[in-house]
Ligand binder design. Structure first.
Ligand code: 5RP
Length: 234
């Protein structure tokens, strides 16, 4: 990653710090941007109830001296902070590059306020754009779901780890299909289709799950976009 993109992420993460002051229960996303945020936010996170969306984030938190609670003991979240792989002007996102989208979606869903921090390169005209949509399935469903998706015109790739020949197994015990939907499908149709497949645990299309998007620019500026009111929370 170039230094200017790193600066962009850092600028966005710094702006996100101001949302921490009044939050007591804080959900933490996953990925390199969240790692930057966590390191900057340490002082404001100490002593709060923190819940991580992945083992990766939990380990980073532990390493820098933060204490976490298990998601099982949390039934609501004041603030959720995360990043995304792609986000469009309507705040629709593709997530799951780190394979944690199921817990990420759950914590975003549980949160009163959702703040996403991205560098400007992640802003695209319309999602899904270039990144695949990760689809987490129970391992037993991988072949059936893959065939169903391919028959519907999706390009599918089983996510495989380095140094192992079988599929990636997620923190939740799932496997991941990285899929490219047919270009002419709307996001509503993609979402409806993925949601309808037995064996699918969750997928990486996030709609109506952001309240504030902080876009860090390579020149160090930030743009803050507010989506309050567009939330689809019940
Ligand atoms: C992990 C995610 C991440 O938010 C997404 O992949 C962005 O990661 P990074 O900050 O490393 O670019 O959805 O499941």
């Amino acid at each position: 990653m170039s230094e200017s993109v790193e600066n962009a992420r850092r600028a966005a993460a710094i702006r996100a710090l101001e949302y921490l002051d009044t939050a007591r229960v804080i959900g933490l996303g996953t990925g390199s941007t969240v790692e930057v945020f966590l390191k900057l936010a340490y002082d404001k996170l100490v002593g709060k109830t923190l819940v991580a969306s992945s083992i990766d984030t939990a380990m980073i938190a532990k390493y820098i001296g933060l204490t976490l609670v298990d998601p099982v003991v949390v039934d609501r979240v004041d603030l959720y902070v995360d990043s995304a792989d792609e986000v469009d002007p309507l705040g629709r996102m593709v997530k799951g590059g780190g394979g944690a989208m199921t817990m990420e979606k759950l914590l975003a869903f549980a949160a009163d306020m959702r703040v996403f921090i991205v560098d400007e390169l992640k802003v695209v005209p319309k999602v899904p754009h270039k990144k695949p949509v990760p689809v987490e399935v129970i391992p037993q469903a991988i072949s059936i779901v893959k065939r169903k998706l391919e028959k519907a015109g999706f390009e599918c790739h089983i996510r495989v780890p380095q140094g192992k020949r079988s599929p990636v197994i997620t923190d939740l015990g799932g496997a991941i299909l990285d899929v490219f939907p047919p270009r002419d499908w709307s996001i509503e149709n993609i979402t409806r289709f993925l949601d309808s497949l037995p064996g699918v645990i969750e997928h990486g299309i996030f709609v109506g799950l952001v309240d504030v998007l902080i876009v860090g620019k390579r020149d160090g500026e930030v743009e803050v976009v507010t989506y309050k009111g567009m939330s689809e929370k019940p």
